[in-house]
Design a binder for this molecule. Structure first.
Ligand code: DAK
Length: 261
């Protein structure tokens, strides 16, 4: 029997729990193929729909988050087959459509589609051995899942051009300095700390967490004035939730808040 290409489990013991999704093709450094992307898409849709799940963590192995799309699979294609079969596109947009927070816990290589997968998550936390890169230029192609679009938004044009045009990798310290990752942790602490982040998010109000994610994403997809308006209206709307009453009452009463779903 072959090993499953992803492993999933629920972590934490609160009312809502963190779903952990682990890419599991260690011999191929978690190279992404249709089987992985189908399994990942299915797991993300399932956890997003599950009210017992408050946050999702995607991780890989200690050596590789994912070393990109499977080059053996890519090499089989010509233009006609790539175009007509929508090569490796299926399920990529699923990640963006997940409404709950998705955190990438990246150790080792996050290259090509692996870097793009991490950038589709809401937060990237890196182990100190993490290395990010868009090496597609060395394969005679360019990034195809956001590397030329999300990377410049994250690290600026200068570094994005440097990485996309030379294929060089960025280490964890540079990735943190450049704004690609939110935190760098010792490799042996990565998963526990990221799961703790997930657990913390699980204790917060569901509506405010979804609204916060939606509003931050708006910052990348709309002009400032429109984003500000969406934020303001969402802020107003949250005054209609029991969580707003509970959060503010709890602060004033100097007690921990207990948010309902
Ligand atoms: N694909 C297939 N196998 C891979 C792989 C990959 N991307 N990366 C590594 N492997 C395999 C190696 O072939 C090797 O297999 P065996 O020889 O043991 O059978 C095994 O993993 C271990 O790799 P190495 O022996 O090379 O290990 P090293 O530590 O020496 O080097 C490395 C690690 C990560 C630096 C090196 O393996 C490497 O350069 N890998 C290729 C990285 C790469 O070029 N990635 C970009 C691929 S292109 C799209 C969505 C996504 C994409 C495009 C479009 N749409 C939604 C439209 C994505 C494209 C890409 O990612």
């Amino acid at each position: 029997m072959t090993d499953p290409v992803i492993l999933t489990e629920l972590r934490g013991d609160g009312e809502r729990r963190t779903a952990l999704v682990r890419l599991n093709r260690p011999k191929q450094l978690n190279a992404l193929n249709d089987e992985v992307m189908d399994a990942l898409g299915e797991a993300l849709r399932r956890f997003d729909a599950d009210p017992a799940v408050g946050a999702i963590v995607i991780t890989g192995s200690e050596k590789a988050f994912a070393a990109g799309a499977d080059i053996g699979m890519l090499s089989q294609h010509d233009f006609i087959s790539a175009y007509t079969t929508d090569l490796v596109t299926r399920n990529w947009e699923t990640i963006r459509s997940v409404r709950k927070p998705v955190i990438a816990a990246v150790a080792g290589f996050a290259l090509g589609g692996g870097c793009e997968l991490a950038m589709m998550c809401d937060i990237i936390v890196a182990a100190d051995n993490a290395r990010f890169g868009q090496p597609e230029i060395k394969l005679g192609v360019i990034p195809g899942a956001g590397g030329t679009q999300r990377l410049p938004r994250a690290v600026g044009k200068a570094k994005a051009m440097d990485m996309v045009l030379t294929g060089r990798m960025m280490d964890a310290a540079e990735a943190e300095r450049s704004g690609l990752v939110s935190r760098v942790l010792p490799a042996d602490k990565l998963l526990d700390e990221v799961l703790a982040m997930g657990e913390l998010i699980c204790t917060l109000g569901t509506a405010s967490v979804l609204a916060a994610k939606e509003c931050v994403n708006r910052a990348y997809e709309s002009p400032l004035a429109e984003g500000m308006m969406v934020e303001r209206r969402m802020f107003h709307a949250l005054f209609g939730t029991p969580d707003q009453k509970e959060g503010m009452d709890a602060f004033l009463a100097k007690r921990p808040a207990k948010f309902v779903r």
